[in-house]
Write a protein of this length. Structure first.
Length: 417
């Protein structure tokens, strides 16, 4: 496990924080830096076709070891980290032989990972827990997945006696801002199914995600000096407050919903008297319900403009990703074989749903069935983020078993015309 720990700590110290305001892909230079490092490491392992393309996406192949033609599968992770918390100057803290108590983070005395808030810590007493120092996020989302995939590649290359078909590796950029697979060429990837390694804890197979849209609301008022504003000023900031009041926060907010309940989530607002821009997430497991949520926003805009004719409110809704369950039905082996692999690894698999999305959501929508697997991520996007080395090692074991399960399958020979 020392190699896995070293890899992970090396990766998290590269600042790959995604930048939502950037129009480039990738949105930050650190993602290119980590991609170059990963390409070098994969080549050093003997994956001679490892390359980083002009978009920063890294692909490589672990050649198959079985004599027959087995379906190629893909292991996928993203190199970027969340824009919500700084990823600069990450100082990973390794707590070997974890004592089972609350973990105080040395960089910020106010940051404490409490067992009461993290009951899953109880099962890892004596294990190796890795945290941030409290001043940044850790970056286990998704560098735990990156490290797991590279370590799996290292193991399989060192053990050619393990029977498996061809395995494609793919590291994407900007997943955290919804652009992760914008430049992934599925023909170039050449996989029959994919697996994203971007999940929490262990033994979980994410088989459903939210369907997601993004609403950008532009509110235009009339600005004039407040001394002469009577009857003339239309304050866009106040209009934004009126607009938010019409989004039922007791029913459709993430703070009051759980399980399969969808929501509307205003998460960014900026501007002034003349103009305000607002970004709102629309989420639901039932894709058709997104249209109703968008209609609610447009209705709120129309009501306000009817009350205040000088105001102008535009609501633009764009699709982000769709519930992966809708596409996984096309290849049930993607989930069934993951369950078999976990059982072979001594785990009891749990099929779970995600109140969010992954690259797998969009890849599945694009035609590549891609469930999401556990990699030991906890407290994502937070300075209280942590991961467990033993959970990451379990993820490596699952991938090795998964490779063997798929390696027993045979592809259909192409028909001669």
């Amino acid at each position: 496990m020392n190699n896995l720990l070293d890899r992970f700590c090396r990766y998290v110290q590269i600042d790959t924080q995604a930048d939502e305001k950037s129009v480039g892909y990738p949105s930050s230079p650190g993602q290119l830096e980590l991609g170059r490092l990963l390409t070098q490491e994969l080549r050093a392992l003997g994956l001679t076709d490892a390359e980083q393309d002009e978009h920063g996406i890294v692909m490589a192949t672990i050649p198959g070891t079985v004599a027959h033609r087995a379906p190629p599968i893909a292991f996928i992770a993203h190199v970027d980290t969340s824009p919500e918390t700084s990823g600069r100057d990450v100082k990973p803290q390794v707590h070997a032989g974890y004592d089972g108590l609350d973990i105080a983070l040395p960089g910020d005395p106010t940051k404490v990972i409490r067992v009461a808030d993290n009951p899953e810590l109880a099962q890892w007493k004596g294990a190796t827990i890795i945290t941030t120092d409290g001043t940044t996020l850790l970056g286990a989302d998704n560098k735990a997945g990156v490290a797991v995939i590279v370590e799996t590649a290292a193991y399989l290359k060192a053990h050619p006696e393990v029977p498996h078909g061809p395995i494609r590796i793919c590291f994407t950029c900007d997943e955290e801002i919804g652009r992760g697979v914008d430049h992934v060429d599925l023909r170039k990837l050449g996989a029959h199914v994919g697996y994203t390694l971007d999940g929490g804890g262990h033994s979980e197979i994410d088989v459903e995600t939210f369907s997601a849209d993004l609403a950008v609301v532009r509110i235009v008022g009339v600005n004039i000096h407040p001394a002469i504003a009577k009857g003339r000023m239309i304050n866009a900031v106040r209009l934004a407050g009126l607009f938010l009041e019409r989004i039922p926060r007791q029913e459709l907010a993430p703070e009051v919903t759980a399980d399969r309940e969808g929501f509307l989530h205003p998460y960014r607002i900026e501007g002034g008297v003349a103009e305000v821009m607002m970004r709102i997430l629309l989420r639901d497991f039932d894709t058709p319900q997104l249209a109703g949520k968008a209609a609610l926003l447009r209705r709120a805009a129309e009501e306000i403009m009817a009350e205040i004719p000088q105001a102008r409110i535009e609501v633009k809704v764009t699709p982000q990703y769709r519930n992966m369950a809708e596409g996984l039905v096309n290849e049930p082996r993607a989930v069934t074989f993951a369950e078999q692999a976990m059982k072979r690894a001594g785990l009891e698999p749990k099929k779970t749903i995600v109140r969010g999305g992954t690259d797998g959501s969009r890849l599945t929508e694009m035609g590549l069935p891609t469930p999401n697997l556990s990699t030991g991520e906890h407290n994502l996007h937070s300075p209280l983020e942590w991961t467990c080395l033993e959970e990451m090692q379990l993820a490596v074991k699952v991938l090795v078993e998964l490779a063997q399960v798929w390696g027993k399958e045979r592809t259909k020979e192409p028909r001669n015309n």
